[in-house]
Design a protein around this ligand. Structure first.
Ligand code: AVJ
Length: 324
């Protein structure tokens, strides 16, 4: 629900999320089957992602946390005083308090599409930072968002950690960066800043292991999408016949996650029949990796000028401060 009480999730008379069903059916009908990665994150999927951040092979969360901890002073000096921090995506992570501790902002505006999650995170944050005004906004930040009037005049710092930008193809990433710029622009104020996490290109084996951990947590995360389809869309996907695959696509500089059929299978979803041949896959996620230049190029295309960049000690991950 939005603050006006309008539900953001559109459900049919049986309680089925219409957008989820439409995306899944369209994705399964395609010659190359693919389902948008956002559907990986139901409650079970969000919990599994939290678990992924703790497996030894998945370095991005630890690397970004190291930067925010070790370079807090430099980040604060580069950002300057009196900024309202606007975080794109849930603020439930450990990263948010690290940033707020570092820069002591004038207020904090978490933006998220998941309302319950958002309100819970806002309550926990307010408890940790008693003097800090917190204004949660339930919204889909892929389009321009109108911020609460209390922060209208404030200079803004957008925060977009986790290399979530890497889950988008370039066209969508540029659209998002431009929307963020519009959201953060004050009427006639100081230029907004954006602090964005972008994961770096590195050895293929390191990347593939990060998305296919030996403990199988990422596999469970990926397979949960098939389970979710079975749960919510009356699906009959034989989940035991699918296996998790993570592979580096060098042409597109991204790690791809797929669900691969180990032998020929047939199933139905919402009453529609589908088949997969042995070795055929459903593409479920892209995680683009960047070089310094490709990161800067993407930011420029989105209307942002990179000003400062910090890397972790092993130079695996970058946190970039850009100015509109
Ligand atoms: C935090 C959403 C960017 O792509 O690294 C982790 C998601 N997928 N393991 C990423 C994810 C598989 C993650 N994001």
């Amino acid at each position: 629900k939005t603050s006006e009480g309008i539900a953001l999730v559109d459900r049919d008379e049986d309680g089925v999320d219409r957008a989820f069903r439409a995306d899944v059916l369209e994705g399964l009908r395609a010659r190359r089957k693919a389902i948008p990665a956002r559907w990986l994150y139901d409650d079970a999927g969000s919990q599994l992602f939290e678990d992924i951040t703790k497996v030894p092979e998945y370095y991005p969360t630890r690397a970004e946390t190291e930067i925010l901890t070790e370079r807090a002073g430099e980040i604060a000096a580069a950002v300057g005083p009196d900024r309202a921090v606007v975080e794109f995506g849930s603020g439930s992570s450990v990263k948010t308090p690290l940033l707020l501790d570092a820069i002591a902002p004038s207020s904090y505006v978490p933006l998220d599409i998941a309302g319950d999650f958002l309100r819970q995170a806002a309550i926990e944050l307010s408890a940790k930072f008693p003097g800090l005004p917190v204004y949660p906004v339930e919204a889909d930040f892929m389009a321009e968002v109108t911020l609460p009037s209390e922060v209208e005049k404030a200079a803004k710092l957008g925060f977009f950690p986790g290399s979530t930008i890497g889950n988008m193809v370039a066209w969508t990433a540029v659209e998002l960066l431009r929307s963020m710029r519009l959201t953060l622009q004050a009427d006639h104020g100081v230029q907004p800043l954006l602090l964005i996490g972008m994961d770096l290109v590195k050895d293929r084996a390191v990347l593939e292991a990060a998305y296919d951990d030996a403990g199988g947590v990422t596999g469970e995360f990926n397979l949960n999408l098939a389970r979710r389809i079975n749960r919510e869309l009356e699906g009959t996907i034989p989940v035991e016949s699918l296996r998790h695959v993570a592979r580096w696509n060098d042409e597109y500089a991204r790690v791809e996650m797929h669900l691969e059929a180990m032998h020929g299978i047939e199933f139905s979803v919402s009453g529609e029949s589908f088949a997969m041949a042995e070795g055929e896959t459903i593409h479920t996620e892209n995680s683009h990796k960047f070089t310094r230049r490709s990161a800067d190029m993407l930011l420029h295309a989105g209307g942002w000028s990179p000003r400062k960049r910090w890397l972790d000690s092993k130079e695996r991950f970058s946190l970039i401060l850009a100015e509109a």
